[in-house]
Design a protein around this ligand. Structure first.
Ligand code: KIV
Ligand code: ZN
Length: 511
């Protein structure tokens, strides 16, 4: 008999705490739909008290998700818990995840609360949460540096108050597998009533051991893993969903549990999250990196050709590689276009949105012979990017570069509905374009990152550009895709400016 391993995905909450990874509501809805298709059990959709935008996104996700449980984070305060409770109300299955720090360093310096006060607050928070749902998770923040006796005391108290999942976070990524495993063994042995609850692990990757620590917890009784797609998350990130899921699946000989993840959806989900957040995937990243299944050495290639298992422990197609399907070309009709979007889990609201996307598809098909799933994903992201706010819109542009001559660019933007034009020189056509945009908008932002990825292969592929801008402590990513990378760059720059323009401030859960 294998136990069920609950996969709790926190890409939309802890993942969103990666610098610059903040997402719009539409982007979160798309990721949530894909997470459900992937088969995650719990989607932590955000932190409702952080901002009205966060609460609204959780509420929107709660409305559209059927199978997965939708969860909101909440500090152990009445205001936070009630905001979370309201946000998850439409969910078929809703969870409130409340937390308070339990380590001496956090209690003394951050909370300035005694142990008694912390226990009392945790118990109270669980009781407030139970007014909204009977699925209540409690986390002891910085459990890794908390005293074992105090952890036993607070976990005992919250079980008695009605918590159903107990999460043990390595908030600062300090543990190593053998110690993390022991921590679970001791907690499960010592906490009264530990058999009535699900034990959960939440590990950060500061020492590169988040996935290994999570797996050590699983080997010692944890039955929920909190993780993110591509290991996104605060600082060095969280345990990566794909690594944990594939380790448990591949090593059935040592794990006595399994998840219900549809592993063929791993790569599409990873690509979607990477394109929306603008966090590229390093080529040698386990499972989802471009080289994860590439064999370079002749000896390896020879071995794989003779018998695949000589050098491969997993099959690329089992994690969703090779799904690079040529879907359509310029002769494809509207019905086929709509059907393919549906298969990809992309929902466009209303006929107008479908018509606009179809017109853009036809434009793209004129420039590019074969259209792949990834092109459709990018096309829809682009469409959504344009809808963040109409404040800055690219009307037309041109750029010229020639050896020995300084590149020049001309842009025409619509700014709040009024057209403005500017010309500029620059070190290259992209630099000239950004300078021309700045002559119009005077944004006062700082460019922190500029990256280009080809969405599919070939020189006619669309380039997907990410631009990260910061201003006054806020950091946003913008994306743009086009077969012309200078145009894609301009779109990405304007997307980031529009996000800054539209964005409301968010609070940070751990502050
Ligand atoms: O890392 C952490 O401790 C957290 C908690 C809020 C669970 O993200
Ligand atoms: Zn965390």
């Amino acid at each position: 008999m294998t136990d069920k391993l609950i996969i709790f995905d926190t890409t939309l909450r802890d993942g969103e705490q990666s610098p610059g990874a903040s997402m719009t509501k539409e982007e979160k809805l798309r990721i949530a739909r894909q997470l459900e298709k992937l088969g995650v059990d719990v989607i932590e959709a955000g932190f409702a008290a952080a901002s009205p935008g966060d609460a609204d996104a959780i509420h929107g996700i709660a409305k559209i998700i059927g199978y997965s449980t939708v969860c909101s984070l909440a500090r152990a305060s009445e205001k936070d818990v009630r905001a979370a409770g309201e946000a998850i109300k439409p969910a078929k299955k809703g969870r409130i995840h409340t937390f308070i720090a339990t380590s001496p360093i956090h209690m003394q310096h951050k909370l300035r609360m005694s142990e008694d006060q912390v226990v009392e607050r945790a118990v109270q928070a669980v009781k407030w949460a139970l007014e909204y749902t009977d699925d209540v998770e409690f986390s002891a923040e910085d459990a890794v540096r908390s005293e074992m006796d105090f952890l036993v005391r607070i976990f005992d108290a919250v079980i008695q108050a009605g918590a159903t999942t107990l999460n043990v976070p390595d908030t600062v990524g300090y543990s190593i597998p053998v110690l993390w495993g022991e921590r679970f063994q001791q907690l499960i042995a010592r906490v009264p009533g530990s058999g009535k609850v699900i034990w959960s692990t939440h590990c950060h990757n500061d020492l590169g051991m988040a996935s290994a620590n999570s797996l050590a917890a699983v080997m010692n009784g944890a039955r929920q893993v909190e993780c993110t797609i591509n290991g996104l998350g605060e600082r060095a990130g969280n345990a990566s969903l794909e690594e944990v899921v594939m380790a448990v699946k591949t090593r059935r000989d040592i794990f006595t549990c399994d998840s219900r993840i549809d592993t063929t959806q791993i790569v599409p989900t990873s690509k979607l999250v990477s394109s929306i957040t603008g966090y590229p995937i390093q080529p040698n990243k386990a499972i989802v990196g471009a080289n994860a299944f590439a064999h370079e050495s002749g000896i390896h290639q020879d071995g794989v050709l003779k018998h695949r298992e000589t050098y491969e422990i997993m099959r690329a197609e089992d994690v969703g590689w090779g799904a690079n399907k040529m879907v359509m070309g310029k002769h494809s009709g509207r019905a086929a276009f709509r059907a393919r979007l549906q298969e990809l889990g992309i929902v466009l609201e209303g006929e107008e949105a479908v018509n606009a996307a179809f017109a853009r598809f036809k434009d793209l098909a004129d420039k590019k012979h074969e259209i792949f799933d990834e092109d459709l994903q990018a096309l829809v992201s682009d469409e959504e990017a344009m809808q963040v706010s109409e404040h800055y819109r690219l009307v037309a542009m041109g750029a010229h570069s020639e050896t020995g001559v300084l590149p020049v660019a001309r842009v025409i933007l619509s700014v709040g509905g009024k057209e403005q034009q500017a010309d500029s020189q620059g070190g290259g056509p992209v630099d000239a374009t950004f300078k021309a945009i700045e002559q119009i908008v005077h944004s006062g932002t700082e460019l922190q990152l500029y990256s280009v990825n080809n969405i599919t292969s070939g020189t006619d592929a669309q380039g997907e550009v990410t631009v990260r801008l910061s201003k006054g402590g806020r950091v946003v990513n913008g994306q743009g895709a086009d077969t012309d990378i200078v145009v894609a760059s301009a779109k990405a720059y304007l997307h980031a400016l529009n996000k800054l323009d539209a964005g409301a401030e968010r609070a940070h859960p751990q502050v």
